[in-house]
Design a protein around this ligand. Structure first.
Ligand code: NDP
Length: 288
């Protein structure tokens, strides 16, 4: 469809950026937020502030929700008359687990509506930029019918029918993001113990955190079940991880994170993977 009207529920930094992007593109925008004052600037720009969630849902077929989590989602939509919900497309852009996304999709379906799950990988500043990325999942024809409207917000990467998939791909990203970013904080703390600033570390951090060549090298080998020690050995990785831990603790810096990595590598070596690649940790992790 070429819908030119949309409802946005939830006006945190993300929801406000989304409503703003729709106004920029000339959409008619209906808003609802628990704290109405957050809508003021958008209303000044021409958005309509509904008096209740029911009124906001009733206004348009497409309802974009940007709430803290799914508890907030039920808190807001639980108060809406099911007769109002029937026939609506609820685009749930609140982050949560794949399990909770599936439960919510079933809850929505029981009320005669459809959920599209979304997982947005950009901060508010990236909303409105087609180069930003977001995952979507849910019924394909519903996604296709609204792809144009959703593309106003970000690029759209449709992952499949299972409503949990967008949340799963979002969490796959977050697993890597938080782990890598924690390593960055650790390095800054260690550098600081030696009077080195984050600015001085910056070019080295950029290159150390760019793991593209490792990902491209390991992905086909892991899929082929190939964890040979021809390029790297886990036993070598364990020795290296111990050097990291000692360098950190010698400097009086918190060592919980490197200790966790030493523990993981040691369990891998004890499980018999020492002569294989550190990628064999994947096999150890799968067995938990
Ligand atoms: P906020 O938590 O700042 O805003 C959330 C919105 O949820 C607000 O409108 C808030 O209302 C509402 N809300 C929270 N609890 C309830 C409740 N119990 N009942 C009614 N309304 C409630 O989140 P953001 O805008 O930053 O993000 C929204 C979603 O997008 C989150 O799931 C987040 O994980 C995700 N996200 C955020 C990014 C970011 O950089 N901010 C990046 C990518 C994804 P009120 O104004 O009244 O408090």
């Amino acid at each position: 469809t070429t819908a030119t009207a949309v409802t946005v529920i939830g006006l945190g930094p993300m929801g406000r950026a989304m409503a703003g992007a729709y106004l920029d593109q000339g959409y008619e925008v209906t808003l609802w937020n628990r704290t109405p004052s957050r809508a003021a600037e958008l209303v000044r720009r021409g958005a309509f502030l509904a008096a209740s969630p029911s009124e906001a849902v009733a206004a348009n077929e497409l309802v974009v929700l940007s709430l803290t989590d799914y508890d907030a989602f039920y808190g807001v939509l639980g108060a809406v008359d099911p007769a109002v919900l029937a026939g609506k497309v609820l685009v749930n852009l609140s982050s949560d687990t794949p399990l909770r996304a599936r439960e919510a999709a079933a809850w929505v379906a029981e009320r005669g509506a459809v959920q599209l799950t979304g997982g947005i990988l950009t901060p508010p500043s990236g909303v409105g930029d087609p180069a930003s990325s977001a995952f979507y999942s849910g019924p394909r024809e519903v996604f296709e019918a609204h792809r144009g409207t959703l593309s106003v917000l970000t690029g759209t990467d449709y992952r499949g029918e299972d409503p949990g998939l967008a949340a799963l791909f979002y969490q796959l990203n977050m697993v890597m993001f938080w782990t890598a970013l924690s390593g960055y904080w650790q390095a800054i703390a260690l550098a600081d113990a030696h009077g080195i600033t984050a600015g001085e570390l910056q070019p080295y951090a950029r290159s150390a955190l760019d793991l593209d060549r490792f990902v491209d090298f390991y992905a086909p080998r892991v899929d082929a079940g190939h964890h040979g020690g021809d390029v790297d050995r886990l036993a070598m990785g364990l020795a290296s991880a111990e050097h990291v831990l000692h360098t950190v603790t010698d400097a009086g810096v918190d060592g919980a994170l490197p200790a966790a990595i030493v523990d993981l590598f040691r369990r891998g070596a004890e499980a018999g993977y020492g002569d294989g690649s550190s990628s064999s940790l994947v096999e150890l992790l799968k067995k938990n």
